[in-house]
Every structure is written in C-alpha cells, then in structure tokens.
Design a protein around this ligand. Structure first.
Ligand code: C2E
Ligand code: CA
Ligand code: CA
Ligand code: CA
Length: 263
C-alpha cells in the first residue's frame, strides 16, 4: 500500500500499482490495523476564550501505518458502513478513559458516531467503564454531530448521559440541516460551531462579515439558553479575537495546538 497523509481522499487503500482496492481488501486492511494496534488517539487542546488556558483535549483518531499516517476521514466511512466502528468506538472510549484514569489529561472529548449511540447498551457500557476506572463522568465529553442528533430516539439517551454526568456537545453545528430549535431543545451541554463559519473570519470582505454575524447569532441564542459555545478550526489571532468578542466560550484550532500524540 502507498499511503498519503490525512485528507488525501481514499489513498489509504490504494495499491502500489495505483489500482483501487476492492471493498473486501479495504475491510481486511482495516481489520488488520485494529489487530496490529495501528489505531492511535491524537489529542488537540481546547482553550477558554477569555483566559486562553487549556480546558480540555479532543481525541482524534489516527491510523499510524509504517508508511505514513492516515486521517479518520479516510477510514471512518468504511468503518461505519461495515460496522467496524463499534469495536473501534469501544477502543476509543477505553483509551480515552485510560488517559483520564492515569491523570495524563484532565478532560477529554471523544467523537461518537450515531451508530455507536444506537447500541442499546451504550450508556451502561460507558457507566461500567467509568466505574471500573474510577474516572469522574464530568471529565468525559461526547461529541455528536448535528446530523446524528436529529434522530428523536437519541433524546432519552442524551438524558441518560446527562444523569450519568457525562456531558455532550453538538459537533459541526450549522453544517447540516438541524433547526435552531434543536439546539435549544436537546439536553446537550455545549455547541461546537462548524469550522466552515470560522474559516476566513477576520478578513474584511462582505462574506466574512456575514460569517461573523451568523456566529454572533448562534452564540447569542446558545448563551440565552445557558449553552456554552466552542469555535473549531481557529487558525489566526484575528479569528480568535473576533470570536472572543462575539462571546464564544472556548476556542480550538491550529492556533492553539495541532492534534498530537500524548507522548
Ligand atoms: P471533527 O470532530 O469536526 O474534528 C475536527 C477536525 O478538524 C479534525 O480533523 C482536526 O484535526 C481538524 N482541525 C482542528 N483544528 C483545525 C484548524 O485549525 N484548521 C483546520 N483546517 N483543521 C483543523 P480530523 O482529525 O481529520 O478528523 C476528522 C473527523 O473525523 C472529525 O471531525 C470527526 O468527525 C471524525 N473522527 C475523528 N476521530 C474520531 C473517532 O474517534 N470516532 C469517530 N466516530 N469519529 C472520529
Ligand atoms: Ca469533534
Ligand atoms: Ca467539524
Ligand atoms: Ca465532526
């Protein structure tokens, strides 16, 4: 296999001769990756917008191959369509909780796919994992995409998580089709504003002014309902300052740190 870096399309599964691999070949490659322990968690910091102090880290999955590092966009879709996301998701949770158990990080945010949340025993599994490791539920955040949270059946699951004390964030807000109503009616504890709004904020063009006004509106609504907001993909000091000015609670992006292995 020839491998390109994260974001390079489906290069993770391209053969030496350049031909695309079959679904079966790609699936067995991902199986082997799990068996060989080639999946790793990288961590990216999130800071308080006012103080700029690090408040938590987001766990982001990487496939570390001898030939290079593959990003999740290259293999999560296959993991989801094949069901492999379930064992992968359990591994991610166990790994994140272990990082908390050993005190290497104080708060960790984990990305969870809708398929994982559909498992009837998801919350029970999480509860026993936290109990066994003696990790406080408040140290763990689950990030769920806007689109996956649209499923009405998740409302009771979110309630259960809330009772357990594990907090949830709505990821990629503004990217999909959910209404502002879902933002304020779901039992979630954080809104993560999609990077597409943050990109380019800070340049003095009409488009950027509009993007900033949209962010200002989302933040105002969330704040009115007591929901903190985090802006993802912050790359420049200008963006950070404007986002702080419109009232974002937290900031995340390359400006403050790239995803990196714990070591
Ligand atoms: P996401 O949850 O929206 O994660 C943010 C993505 O933006 C990450 O890409 C991160 O590396 C990237 N990013 C962070 N700061 C910046 C910045 O300042 N500029 C730019 N241009 N990009 C930035 P990554 O790591 O490739 O992850 C892509 C997606 O894969 C994630 O999007 C998430 O939906 C999914 N994912 C990652 N880890 C997991 C996992 O453990 N489980 C599941 N189900 N999905 C995961
Ligand atoms: Ca996320
Ligand atoms: Ca995003
Ligand atoms: Ca996402």
């Amino acid at each position: 296999y020839r491998v390109k870096r994260a974001g390079g399309g489906h290069s993770a599964f391209r053969q030496e001769d350049g031909r695309s691999t079959s679904q079966m070949e790609r699936l067995s490659a991902l199986h082997r990756a799990i068996e060989r322990g080639e999946l790793r968690l990288y961590f990216q910091p999130k800071v308080n917008a006012q103080s700029r102090a690090v408040v938590a880290h987001e766990a982001l999955l990487r496939w570390v191959r001898p030939s290079g590092i593959v990003g999740p966009l290259d293999f999560i879709p296959l993991a989801e369509s094949s069901g492999l996301i379930l064992p992968i998701g359990r591994w991610v949770l166990r790994e994140a909780v272990d990082v908390l158990r050993t005190g290497r990080l104080q708060e960790v945010c984990v990305n969870v796919s809708a398929l994982e949340l559909r498992q009837a025993d998801y919350v029970d599994h999480l509860r026993s994992l936290l109990e066994e490791s003696r990790v406080a539920p408040r140290q763990l955040w689950l990030e769920l995409t806007e689109s996956s949270l649209l499923e009405p059946r998740f409302v009771p699951v979110l309630q259960e998580l809330k009772v357990l004390g594990v907090r949830t964030a709505m990821d990629d807000f503004g990217k999909g089709y959910s209404s502002l109503m879902s933002l304020v009616s779901l039992p979630i504890q954080m809104v993560k504003i999609d990077r597409s709004f943050i990109e380019g904020i800070g340049e003095d063009t009409p488009d950027q002014q509009r993007a900033l006004e949209v962010v200002r509106g989302i933040v105002a609504l969330a704040t009115a309902y007591g929901l903190p907001t985090v802006a993802e993909g912050v790359e420049t000091p200008e963006q950070a300052n404007l986002l702080t000015k419109v009232g974002c609670t937290e900031l995340q992006g390359y400006l403050f740190g790239r995803p990196e292995p714990l070591s």
